[in-house]
Design a protein around this ligand. Structure first.
Ligand SMILES: C[S@@+](CC[C@H](N)C(=O)[O-])C[C@H]1O[C@@H](n2cnc3c(N)ncnc32)[C@H](O)[C@@H]1O
Length: 210
């Protein structure tokens, strides 16, 4: 299903406010993402939304096609480029890591987006993807809900993403799982290492450019 960015324009403020009420979920996701990103230096977030993750992870630049999401990100000091993942306006070999957080499920052309990601990464650079596992309880809750954006999403499993990434020039896959189904939003969760489909609602997949 194709995503119209106007949906994100309409929900930008509500989307951003959600994190105020769910700070431990945000911090749990940040903890897992930081572990995956840490050795890499120059990064960019694709689908940076309101820039909360980019700011917390000290990523100075993001790509974002929704004007209203982008304007909140810019108010956080993120340098936002108005573009899409499928056609990135950057030179080859420009970054050490590329981050996607809860964005791959909205891409109109995931294969093109991953080949563009590969192109703008340095050799041995990393793509780090935080996503809601298609096989997780949370994906089922979202799909059955009236949530305007997730109704339009296409969730992926870890196997599906690694398959597409392999064809796009990536290898050395590693995984962290966090926010398992017993998580109660009272603490910052400790990520678990391993593919573990269905064990964590939020998976961080890391892959290296060949
Ligand atoms: C659920 S939000 C996630 C935002 C941010 N990464 C976060 O986790 O808070 C998904 C974002 O992806 C953006 N997006 C959707 N399709 C995109 C595309 N093809 N290229 C780049 N960004 C896209 C949307 O505009 C939206 O801001």
């Amino acid at each position: 299903m194709s995503v119209n960015f106007k949906i994100f324009d309409a929900i930008a403020t509500d989307y951003d406010n959600w994190f105020e009420q769910n700070d431990n979920i945000f911090r749990s996701e940040i903890r897992a993402l930081k572990l995956s990103i840490s050795p890499h230096k120059k990064g960019i977030e694709i689908g940076t939304g309101t820039g909360r993750f980019a700011k917390a992870l000290k990523i100075p630049v993001g790509v974002e096609p929704s004007e209203n999401m982008a304007s909140i990100a810019m108010s956080r000091g993120i340098n936002v480029v108005n573009a899409c993942a499928e056609n990135l306006p950057f030179h080859n070999n420009s970054f050490d890591f590329v981050l996607f957080v809860t964005t791959v499920c909205f891409l109109n052309g995931i294969e093109k987006a991953f080949s563009e990601t590969n192109r703008i990464l340095n050799t041995n650079g990393a793509v780090v993807i935080g996503f809601i596992d298609k096989n997780s309880p949370l994906a089922k809750v979202y799909k059955n809900s009236k949530n305007k954006i997730y109704q339009k999403s296409h969730f992926y499993s870890a196997e599906e993403l690694t398959g597409i990434l392999s064809k796009s020039g990536f290898n050395n896959f590693t995984f962290l799982n966090t926010l398992n189904d017993t998580y109660k939003n009272e603490e910052i969760a400790t990520p678990m290492v391993g593919q573990g489909c269905g064990k964590g609602n939020f998976i961080v997949l890391k892959a290296i450019k060949k």
